[in-house]
Design a protein around this ligand. Structure first.
Ligand SMILES: [Ca+2]
Ligand SMILES: [Ca+2]
Length: 214
């Protein structure tokens, strides 16, 4: 009986330790502050009708255990960390179906500042979007290392923005660029549904097993 319970316990432990447990969902919301379509690059895009004052939301899921790909102790570079990303402008939505590239970059005390940036470049049903989130603390007091943060305090950063571009050139210098810029006003960590369910199932099960085995 005890052996069987231990086997069940081991199975539960394995089931409660999926990669889901390492996923974190960040959501930023704010407002569109500028929209430029001088080159017509937004034409036919889901965000073609964007306008200053509309609501803005950026939500992404990332793998919190992604390894730092930059050996510099002041630079954390987490390439491919973003598992999914959705951008909403007013009632229009862009949900990435492919990413190339995506990354999260953390700067700690780099030229005196702390900085958190997220880049997503890719498509949704053939439409293209270059998304960049930028948070900057010019006092350099927010981060104490270049580790990938799993929570943030928005008020730590005096500069908070998102910038979008519809062209393949993104924000690369020299190419035509139309852009949408939003300021970020709010931040939430969204519970990952799978992890919540597993935690709810896993904790009572573990307690029950402890009682039975002891
Ligand atoms: Ca590093
Ligand atoms: Ca710092």
């Amino acid at each position: 009986m005890r052996v069987r319970l231990l086997c069940i316990g081991a199975a539960c432990f394995c089931a409660a330790k999926p990669t889901d447990a390492d996923l974190v969902v960040f959501e930023f919301t704010g407002q569109v502050t500028s929209f430029d379509n001088d080159n017509g690059l937004w034409n036919g895009h889901p965000f073609a009708g964007a306008a200053v004052g509309q609501s803005f939301a950026l939500r992404y899921e990332f793998e919190s255990t992604t390894a730092d790909g930059n050996g510099n102790a002041q630079v954390g570079l987490y390439v491919g960390a973003v598992a999914s990303m959705r951008v909403t402008v007013g009632s229009a939505q862009f949900e990435y179906d492919s990413f190339s590239p995506n990354r999260i970059q953390v700067l700690n005390d780099f030229v005196g500042l702390d900085d958190y940036t997220v880049l997503g470049v890719g498509t949704d049903s053939g439409d293209f979007l270059h998304t960049e989130l930028g948070l900057r603390d010019s006092n350099g007091t927010t981060f104490s290392s270049d580790a990938l943060p799993t929570s943030l305090v928005l008020s730590d950063f005096e500069t908070r923005f998102a910038e979008l571009s519809p062209g393949n050139s993104g924000t690369v210098a020299g190419g035509p660029t139309d852009s949408l810029r939003a300021r970020i006003d709010n931040f939430n960590i969204v519970p990952v549904p799978g992890a919540v369910v597993l935690a709810l199932i896993g904790l009572p099960m573990a307690a029950w097993l402890r009682r039975r085995v002891s």
